[in-house]
Design a binder for this molecule. Structure first.
Ligand code: IPE
Ligand code: IPE
Ligand code: MG
Length: 236
């Protein structure tokens, strides 16, 4: 499986609520069980040799959910970061985050910053948690930064623009996975997925395991990415 290893995989982790419903439980039970799926995605990405894994954990629009669910999700986030930190260190994993992090509860911000700081010199897989994130928010934010810096129009190009996005050290995703049996982007990485290969496994997030990731990578390796060229040009 070592040929064409994707450098960056992004995942929209959807379907926790319905998974819980199917098990006759409250929605939060699905979120709790989603943590095991996250662990599988991280381990699988590491084993496959992927460099970057971006996980959509909470969108700007998710703030419109009932307060009890938001509170439970934020608590779960704090707990999960605490519990996983040691494992991240052991596996040389670096944690980063994108989104409007200042809008998160203080305890969450502190736990997150602590984990980011603790893991910052790790050199293996980098995980990017998208929290209070949306693609439109990120693009508008980039435009604001360009104006603040007084960048002249001639210097604003498709190559310079991404410098002002949240994470300009990371290449665009090669693969985007969305679980949850929905076929939409839900405001994730709108700029970065221009040429990303899309995968929609028909499972709910808590059922996601390493093998799903390996199967997707294998299918990715069969695809031809043409970036506007002809197939013949790519083969040369
Ligand atoms: C994804 O699962 C997790 C978050 C958006 C935080 P959902 O909570 O959206 O689960 P469904 O889509 O309602 O089943
Ligand atoms: C997308 O899932 C956001 C995350 C997985 C964090 P949603 O459940 O919020 O998406 P929609 O509302 O069904 O599009
Ligand atoms: Mg959903």
């Amino acid at each position: 499986m070592r040929k064409h290893i994707p450098e960056h995989i992004a995942i929209i982790m959807d379907g926790n609520g319905r998974w819980a419903e199917e098990h006759g439980k409250e929605r939060i039970y699905g979120h709790q069980n989603g943590v095991e799926a996250v662990r599988n995605a991280i381990e699988g990405a590491g084993e496959a040799g992927v460099k970057f894994l971006t996980l959509y954990a909470f969108s700007t629009e998710n703030w419109n959910r009932p307060k009890e669910e938001i509170d439970a999700l934020m608590q779960l986030l704090v707990k999960a970061i605490k519990n996983e930190l040691e494992g991240l260190m052991q596996n040389n994993v670096r944690l980063q985050a994108i989104g409007n992090l200042k809008s998160l509860p203080l305890e969450c911000q502190e736990e997150l910053q602590d984990a980011i700081e603790t893991t910052k010199n790790n050199t293996g897989l980098t995980i990017v948690l998208a929290l209070s994130y949306s693609g439109r928010w990120e693009i508008v934010n980039a435009v604001k930064k360009i104006i603040e810096h007084g960048i002249e129009e001639q210097f604003v190009t498709q190559y310079s623009f991404p410098i002002f996005l949240c994470n300009n050290q990371i290449p665009d995703p090669d693969i985007l996975i969305r679980t949850g049996r929905e076929y939409r982007i839900s405001n994730f990485l709108l700029w970065q997925i221009a040429y990303t290969e899309l995968f929609f496994p028909a499972i709910l997030w808590p059922d996601f395991r390493k093998q799903h990731l390996f199967d997707i990578i294998a299918e990715y390796q069969m695809r031809q990415r043409r970036f506007g060229k002809t197939g013949a040009q790519i083969k040369i």
